[in-house]
Design a protein around this ligand. Structure first.
Ligand SMILES: C[S@@+](CC[C@H](N)C(=O)[O-])C[C@H]1O[C@@H](n2cnc3c(N)ncnc32)[C@H](O)[C@@H]1O
Length: 214
């Protein structure tokens, strides 16, 4: 097995095990996170009416559904069949496909936007240049990228989430380093937002949101 298959298999196995519990836990997510809600609204406004947006690493499809409700033509992609089953159940009428965001089927320049909402957090750091190059490849010139992740240095290992016998590392990243990687991949950084962790949400580290344009 190659390293790539290792981390993709580990990620898929982890989310296949926890999909239903994860979806139930984060069901009311945006009601509790007004900044995130506003940022997604801003993103939808930036993309406007033109073209298709991909929610990559969509999980249960809560962001996909939100972007569709904001008027975007959006589909979701995820590694995990169980997550996709939840996404389809929760978002009837929206399109969800299985695959890896490191190797997209989309043609060069075919997407108006890419959203990567807490899903680059399982890609090893040395694969991030390849991930951002793939985002850049599929986006049209002027297309919009939104990247959300936990800020920080040390990874957080989650063991037995919701009592399931699986383990996965959640990689935290320095927002400036991520911004530099986006620039190196050919993107122009539009804005960076870092909010402080909220105790009531059991957050341990700041949360980062980067907007970039191709
Ligand atoms: C923390 S969850 C976030 C899900 C969703 N974006 C949300 O905010 O609810 C991370 C998701 O990214 C997916 N993922 C991680 N790496 C991926 C990859 N290389 N390709 C596709 N999906 C991936 C996982 O399967 C998982 O569903």
């Amino acid at each position: 097995m190659t390293d790539t298959q290792d981390f993709l298999t580990a990620t898929r196995t982890f989310y296949d095990a926890i999909a239903d519990d994860y979806a139930a836990h984060f069901q009311e997510e945006f009601a509790q996170r007004p900044l995130e809600e506003v940022l997604l609204g801003l993103y939808a406004r930036m993309v406007g009416g033109g073209g298709v947006v991909a929610d990559l690493g969509c999980g249960p499809g809560r962001v996909t559904g939100r972007l569709a409700a904001l008027g975007l033509e959006v589909f979701g992609l995820d590694l995990s069949a169980s997550m996709l089953a939840v996404a389809r159940r929760e978002n009837p009428g929206l399109r969800f496909v299985q695959g890896s965001m490191l190797e997209l089927e989309q043609a060069d320049g075919s997407l108006a936007g890419v959203v990567c909402w807490y899903s680059s957090i399982h890609t090893p750091t040395d694969r991030l240049p390849a991930l951002f190059a793939e985002f850049h490849r599929v986006m049209e010139p002027g297309g919009h990228l939104l990247l959300a992740f936990q800020a920080g240095e040390e990874p957080r290992r989650l063991e037995r989430p919701f009592g399931h016998p699986v383990t996965l590392d959640f990689l935290r990243r320095d927002p400036d380093a991520m911004a530099q990687l986006l620039t190196a991949a050919g993107f122009t950084l539009v804005s960076r937002t870092v909010r402080e962790p909220e105790e009531r949400l059991d957050e341990k580290v700041p949360q980062a949101f980067l907007f970039a344009r191709k």
